[in-house]
Design a protein around this ligand. Sequence first.
Ligand code: GTP
Length: 338
Amino acid sequence: MKAVVLVGGEGTRLRPLTETIPKPLVPLVDRPSLDHVLDHLARHGVHEVVLSSSYLESTFRAFIEARHGDPRITWITEAEPLGTGGAIVNALGAVADGPFLALNGDILTDLDLTAMVAFHRERGAVATIALTHVEDARPFGLVPTEPDGRVIEFREKPTEPVPGDVNAGTYVLEPSVLRAFPVGVPLSIEREIFPRLIAEGLPVYGFRSDAYWLDLGTPAQYLRAHADLLAGRVAGEPAYAAPYLAEGARVHLRARLGKAVVVGPGASVGPDAEVDDSVLLAGAAVEAGARVVGSILGPRSRVGAGATVIDTVLAEGAAVREGAELRGGRVSAGAVAP
Ligand code: GTP
């Protein structure tokens, strides 16, 4: 089995962190989130993966060179962003010798991919979409199914907070039906490809599961993923210490760290500083007496002594002045706040 992993989004919701790091390469505890995705694929017998993007491509090259072992990676550059569907159609040549997996590269899940592929084959589906149940479908749009799993339709995002099954961003696809779509043209798999397959009466199925599932695309969800990983809620992932201190992290004996905290490689927390529900990426510094809660501190960013930083995202190299107070802040790469 082969897989296409979509890594070409701009990651606007995770800005300003994604000003300098593509979303799939933002670290999740100890390694880029894309490593977690690729390791999950390898655990389910996927040995060949196509990554495709047009965005910050040079950064991915370093990632691919640094990564060893399973699965083997083929890279495809999109001349222009082709969208979630166009990217998959564009990659058909590299995967299409049978059904293949396609995944959003920004999802943390322990979904049983082996069972999903078996379900796809048993149903004789042309496309199988992993579904996850949410209490509020407003950000997603609903995917109602028949009792045997056949997808009835793709519904627009509801305006009221209704519960239901939503597209979990993992698919098993038959290349034959995708060949009907034009190559090199932007297409959305959710809004154009799946609705058309359903309208043509082709067998599109939904694979429901209660697997762990989280879209890492917003700061709040990115932090939640860390809390869940450190609490051991994601199957197949390492048993991390909580709080997690990476190699070279320096935490002063008089600093206070909550459990859902990651102090990245070379990052530091000074005396009498307090950090909770936060991630400090490589080389970030929290100086003496500062308080950091619910925040993401980008690589080599700095929170000055005595500052208070809450629900904030600092991009790479950003800084917060000594004694300042920042709530819900977004500080661009290299900028100083306030
Ligand atoms: P936001 O801008 O914050 O919405 O993030 P995003 O750009 O990543 O968009 P979204 O989360 O909707 O994308 C879903 C998945 O598809 C992610 O894994 C993206 O990396 C990927 N993706 C989105 N657009 C493209 C594209 O044009 N090409 C490729 N190869 N992947 C894409």
